[in-house]
Design a protein around this ligand. Structure first.
Ligand code: PSU
Length: 303
């Protein structure tokens, strides 16, 4: 295991001294945003975590090793590589990527697994995967939900992406025993929009409460993590009424073109970017930075 994990010196030092660390994923870089904005955002998220008093650890698989914290050269080369040439890794293919010595980006599920191996308890992303619309026929349910049920990492997201079936996503999370904790409001946020029309199961406005709740789960011997849903700042949101028709159109096009499995989310994000003249990307960037700030405060409360 020691040979498999490659720690950036800053991260190794923070973990050794018990300083707060925030894990960051890499699929958002390779499959979630276009180049070069993806690189800019990846750097900005790291800076935001640092400014909020924690150490960032961007996680990716590089030539068969789990990198916990990337140097700038590696980050740049990953961001510049077309998504089609980088594996999008989840629980099912993480080991295969490592065994074959390949390079891959970690989704929420795979980042949680790697963070846990590294001893990192908090992770910031944009939006988690969830239950896709039409899942009653396609069975397309993101492995992120099952990972939240089994791996003890607190994940900070801006809700599940509004391209998903949000009521079904909440149902599955409840069935799996995953606490869904809204911050600052009673509603589940819907990624680009603050409102989803759905009540969040739990609300905690103080990072110390979120940290205490994670400790209590561990004390009870409960498996799994927590999902913290942090609404996008008001000034950056795209209202729900604007997003609904855009999402509908992107979904209809995906269905027409037979887009399936791992390609669905990247296809939809790209089409929504085009249909909103880039506004969805600005919102995505703002919500990721906002999540990074909150994750740093939670990590500090846990440290
Ligand atoms: N957050 C973003 N953009 C993204 C993702 C998260 O702002 O692209 C990625 C995460 O890596 C998440 C994945 O795990 O989307 C979900 O993909 P799928 O629906 O195929 O499980």
């Amino acid at each position: 295991m020691k040979d498999l994990l490659v720690f950036a010196p800053e991260v190794a030092n923070a973990l050794a001294t018990g300083a707060p660390v925030v894990a960051l994923e890499s699929t958002i870089i390779t499959h979630g945003m276009p180049y070069p904005q993806n690189l800019e955002v990846a750097r900005k998220v790291e800076t935001t975590v640092r400014e909020a008093g924690a150490v960032p650890a961007t996680i990716a698989i590089i030539a068969g090793k789990i990198h916990i914290g990337l140097d700038d050269e590696t980050l740049e080369s990953l961001a510049a590589t077309p998504g089609s040439e980088v594996m999008k890794l989840s629980r099912a293919d993480l080991a295969a990527c490592l065994a074959l010595g390949r390079t891959g980006a970690t989704t929420v599920a795979a980042t949680m697994i790697c963070a846990e191996l590294a001893g990192i308890h908090v992770f910031a992303t944009g939006g988690i995967g969830g239950v896709h619309r039409g899942a009653e026929l396609s069975f397309d349910v993101s492995a992120d939900l099952h990972e939240l049920a089994r791996t003890p990492v607190t994940v900070v997201a801006a809700g599940a992406k509004a391209i998903l079936d949000l009521p079904k996503t909440l149902e599955v999370l409840e069935t799996l025993g995953v606490p869904v904790i809204a911050v600052g409001q009673d509603q589940l946020p819907a990624f680009w929009s603050r409102e989803s029309g759905l009540a969040a199961p739990l609300r905690m406005d103080d990072p110390a409460q979120i940290a205490a709740s994670a400790r209590m789960r561990a004390a009870l011997g409960l498996d799994g993590g927590q999902l913290v849903v942090n609404p996008i700042p008001e000034t950056d949101e795209i209202p729900r009424s604007v997003m609904i028709p855009v999402v509908e159109q992107a979904l209809a096009e995906a269905a027409e073109q037979g887009i399936a499995a791992k390609s669905v989310t990247p296809f939809l994000l790209q089409r929504i970017f085009e249909l909103t003249d880039g506004r969805s990307l600005d919102a995505n960037i703002a919500l990721v930075l906002n999540n990074a700030r909150l994750a740093a405060r939670i990590a500090t409360a846990m440290a």
